[in-house]
Design a protein around this ligand. Structure first.
Ligand SMILES: Cc1cc2nc3c(=O)[nH]c(=O)nc-3n(C[C@H](O)[C@H](O)[C@H](O)COP(=O)(O)O)c2cc1C
Length: 194
């Protein structure tokens, strides 16, 4: 089994909602090998600020007892591109996505040249219920951009989709589904250097 070129990390706790559908559309649109994971089901515990990664850069004291962060980071290290697909909760990301982001603190403590995600680019598809709002995606995008920077990843600006609230909203919105397909195609062209 080849290493996946793309990791799709679906971050909604709601099963079969808009993020899961968007993740499926992305997976179908990429022609390169993809791995898709539901972050809310991965069992990622939140950072406890225990100081372990400060003393042991690159490692985390929570990587045991069935915690799921290390498995996601292992996929992330092998992928050339990671696409985080997430709803907006209170102008930000759901707690399950934020838990994953906070667990990258282990990489922040490494010297920049030792960060293991230097060959991976990060982007996102963000979905919100509100039909408009200039600052709706600002908090999530800022955090993701900083996660990329502090982990040594390149950040590619996110695709932001408005007006998707009910779980079937995306499936009934041909325009938004088309934008997700086009986004995947442009990301793949970028990976191929075209
Ligand atoms: C706790 C919670 C907070 C939310 N906060 C916002 C918000 O601040 N702005 C917004 O536009 N939509 C908000 N929504 C709506 C979701 O972004 C929307 O329903 C989205 O489509 C859910 O994606 P999913 O189907 O993948 O779970 C919120 C939903 C929940 C459950």
């Amino acid at each position: 089994m080849p290493s996946p070129s793309v990791l799709i990390a679906a971050c909604s706790p709601r099963k079969n909602g808009n993020s899961d559908i968007a993740a499926r559309i992305l997976q179908e649109s990429f022609s390169v090998p993809c791995a898709a994971r539901r972050i809310a089901d991965a069992g990622i515990r939140p950072c406890q600020s225990c100081g372990h990664c400060r003393a042991h850069p690159g490692s985390c004291a929570l990587d045991r007892d069935g915690d799921g962060a290390a498995a996601i980071f292992s996929l992330l290290m092998r992928a050339r591109l990671a696409v985080l697909v997430s709803p907006i909760y209170f102008y930000h990301l759901p707690a399950q996505a934020k838990a994953l982001i906070d667990r990258t603190q282990r990489f922040w403590h490494l010297e920049p040249q030792a960060r293991p995600l230097g060959k991976t680019a990060l982007t996102a598809v963000l979905l919100a219920g509100r039909p408009s709002g200039e600052k709706l995606f600002e908090g999530a995008e800022r955090t993701l951009r900083y996660m990329a920077l502090s982990s040594g990843m390149d950040w590619i600006p996110a695709l932001c989709l408005y007006g998707l609230d009910e779980p079937g909203a995306l499936a009934g919105d041909a325009g938004s589904m088309g934008r997700i397909r086009q986004f995947a195609q442009s990301l793949e062209r970028g990976m191929a250097g075209k």
